[in-house]
Design a binder for this molecule. Structure first.
Ligand SMILES: Cc1cc2nc3c(=O)[nH]c(=O)nc-3n(C[C@H](O)[C@H](O)[C@H](O)COP(=O)(O)OP(=O)(O)OC[C@H]3O[C@@H](n4cnc5c(N)ncnc54)[C@H](O)[C@@H]3O)c2cc1C
Length: 421
């Protein structure tokens, strides 16, 4: 992929740095140009409330107004900051002979697949490259009027190259028969406790994932917000999926409150590499709905011939929030390779209002504390588990705390898996 003469690296970084302080101008001009010259968006699924005809679920948007605004309040992260970091990351990855570094290529490939959910396919990237050029020129002109009317050749080549990588990955994804989006009709919605809902959906067409992965989901309650959810079951060829959602903010609170049977959600890309090695014992640590990814892995393991020992520490704030304990008790009774340890920070077994949870706690003794502390204490008391794989799934703080606690206890960092963004 060598396209530049040597020593272009610094030049590209300098050119990007020149435009970055004027990133708003760059974005405005890029978007305006793209809207005016780009091909129309490709057909995508849109979320819908129950009662809308199914045929309306997939449509070709008339324009790009469905693209989330960069300044939208629904973004947890600062989107402009993210964009600037991404540009710096890309600029830093252009090697001396004009090639892209491996990490940068992977990042762009992932973006190319990801943007398909907005109706951006390979055919759009030529227009995008031109639009980015216009955006840069407007920003550079704002920085040093008249001195930077044209994008430097090396930077223009780099932009073309980045767009080319995204276009190829979008085309490959489409050629592999991977739909950009699929409609996922809600067929069951169970509110298990005050802030957790378990939702089963029927995808049409089925869109595959590996157990332990997470997918992008869009709902009709917050239609401009996409969030990651981990299917709680392995991929099912009939298109069934199950999601466990805890209300902690804009997207999740709305899903917990408003989900009804018949609503249509939209599912897009799958990501993540968490997996169970059937040859290794494993400690699984779940914080609340972080259980979903681990449950899919356990279910997948149940159909494999080789079954290592699995010790699942399942944590929540209080006994009633152990929303999936009765089901897990069933698994532990049926499979002698699986042990389940419920852990709560407050409340004893008798305080559970849910009868099935109380009954499950008769057989699975409740432990108290942070789920990671209880799991690490177990490993310290049973040193043979120090060699086990450790899979952690939960909120960002819980993951950070748990990973550190296991490392401090002497678990090899390479044996610890989690997915975090
Ligand atoms: C790999 C991955 C898999 C995920 N799988 C699931 C899942 O199966 N079920 C599920 O309910 N959520 C899951 N999430 C979290 C989900 O994607 C959203 O981040 C979450 O629903 C919050 O979005 P929001 O718009 O409701 O709130 P926001 O306003 O975006 O966030 C509110 C606050 O919640 C914090 N937060 C984010 N995720 C969590 C969490 N899981 N627990 C506690 N606090 C959190 C944020 O840091 C922020 O401080 C997953 C996230 C990742 C990265």
């Amino acid at each position: 992929m060598g396209r530049h003469s040597t020593d272009t690296e610094a030049g590209i970084s300098a050119a990007v740095s020149l435009a970055l302080p004027h990133v708003d101008t760059a974005i405005r001009h890029t978007c305006a140009t793209f809207r005016s010259i780009g091909p129309a968006p490709a057909a995508i699924h849109r979320p819908a409330l129950a009662g809308r005809p199914a045929a309306e679920a997939i449509s070709t948007p008339a324009d790009w107004s469905h693209l989330p605004e960069l300044g939208s309040d629904h973004h947890r992260v600062d989107p402009r900051g993210l964009l600037v970091r991404s540009l710096r990351f890309l600029a830093s990855g252009i090697t001396a002979d004009g090639e892209l570094g491996e990490d940068q290529i992977e990042f762009l490939q992932s973006l190319g697949r990801d943007f398909r959910k907005f109706g951006i396919e390979d055919a759009h990237y030529g227009a995008l490259a031109l639009a980015i050029r216009r955006g840069w020129e407007a920003a550079a002109d704002a920085a040093e009027p008249l001195r930077h009317a044209r994008m430097p050749r090396e930077l223009a080549d780099a932009v073309d190259l980045c767009c080319h990588v995204m276009a190829v990955s979008a085309a490959e994804d489409a050629a592999a028969g991977m739909p950009a989006t699929v409609a996922a009709k809600v067929i069951a919605a169970e509110r298990r406790c005050s802030d957790v809902i378990v939702v089963r959906v029927q995808m049409d067409p089925p869109r595959p994932w590996w157990p332990g992965q997470y997918v992008e989901v869009n709902t009709p309650y917050t239609p401009d917000v996409w969030r990651y959810l981990s299917p709680a079951i392995p991929f099912d060829e009939q298109g069934l999926a199950e999601f466990h959602i805890r209300g902690v903010g804009t997207f999740s609170d709305a899903a917990v409150r408003h989900t009804e049977v018949g609503d249509v959600w939209v599912v897009a890309q799958a990501y993540g590499e968490m997996q169970l090695n059937p040859q290794h014992d494993a400690i699984l640590v779940a914080g609340s709905t972080g259980l979903a990814a681990l449950r899919a892995l356990i279910l997948d393991l149940s159909i494999h011939a080789a079954k290592p020992k699995i010790k699942l520490f399942y944590g929540a704030q209080s006994p009633d929030e152990l929303y999936e304990l009765p089901g897990l008790k069933g698994f532990a009774s049926a499979w002698d390779w699986l042990d389940v340890v419920p852990v709560v920070e407050h409340g004893d077994a008798g305080s559970a209002h849910n009868t099935a949870t109380r009954t499950a706690l008769d057989e699975l003794p409740l432990r108290h504390g942070r789920v990671a502390d209880v799991a690490v204490e177990y490993v310290r008391d049973h040193p043979r588990w120090l060699d086990a794989d450790v899979l952690i799934s939960g909120g960002p703080k819980m993951i950070a705390y748990s990973a550190e606690a296991f490392q401090r206890a002497g678990v090899d960092p390479a044996a610890i898996q989690y997915d975090r963004h």
